[in-house]
Design a protein around this ligand. Structure first.
Ligand SMILES: [Zn+2]
Length: 182
């Protein structure tokens, strides 16, 4: 069996380089201060409700109803789950801060509030939305298949390391996978 060239520590090093380089890219932003402010706000706006809701659902589901998986055999790795989800959302905040801070600074971006700004009429917007759904669904499918190849599975292993997950593991994907996904 041929081993992936990303086996062992290689994927880990690349993953952590992504965690450093994506937020560091904000230094190239026309307004780095605005970028990092926007980044912190977006991260907070994503992670606080996400973990709060996860806590409510976890608390409720452990006390009520029946689990498909049956009784838990061991304690879930909550710390690792929260860490994985937080690391992914940290990168989502860092990526989302780019267009958001550009828009806040008055630069033209793809963020539009009216059809006029989009340069579309209503039926073109409807077609664009449906084509977008098809394109994103196809991307999600092929990306997942690609990550299940022997070569690239090391970037996806974190996600599949939670065998009996809680809601906290909902977005626990590795950094490279986070960039490909969001
Ligand atoms: Zn998978």
């Amino acid at each position: 069996m041929k081993k992936s060239i990303f086996a062992g520590k290689v994927a880990e090093v690349i993953d952590w380089a992504v965690v450093v380089l994506v937020p560091a890219s904000g230094l190239l932003h026309p307004d780095p201060i605005l970028y990092y402010k926007t980044f912190l706000i977006l991260f907070a706006v994503i992670i606080i409700p996400l973990l709060s809701f996860g806590a409510i659902v976890y608390w409720f589901s452990e006390r009520n109803g029946q689990r498909i998986q049956g009784e838990r055999k061991k304690k879930p790795p909550l710390g690792r789950e929260i860490f994985g989800t937080s690391r992914a959302m940290f990168l989502v905040g860092a990526m989302a801060a780019w267009p958001t801070a550009l828009a806040l600074a008055g630069y033209p971006t793809g963020l539009a509030w009216t059809l006029e700004e989009m340069g579309l009429n209503w039926w073109q917007a409807v077609i664009q939305m449906y084509l977008g759904i098809v394109a994103i669904d196809a991307w999600t499918y092929w990306k997942h298949r690609f990550l299940h190849t022997r070569m690239f599975f090391p970037f996806h292993a974190h996600h599949h390391s939670f065998r009996d997950p809680t809601p906290f593991a909902g977005f626990a994907v590795g950094p490279v996978e986070t960039v490909l996904t969001f």
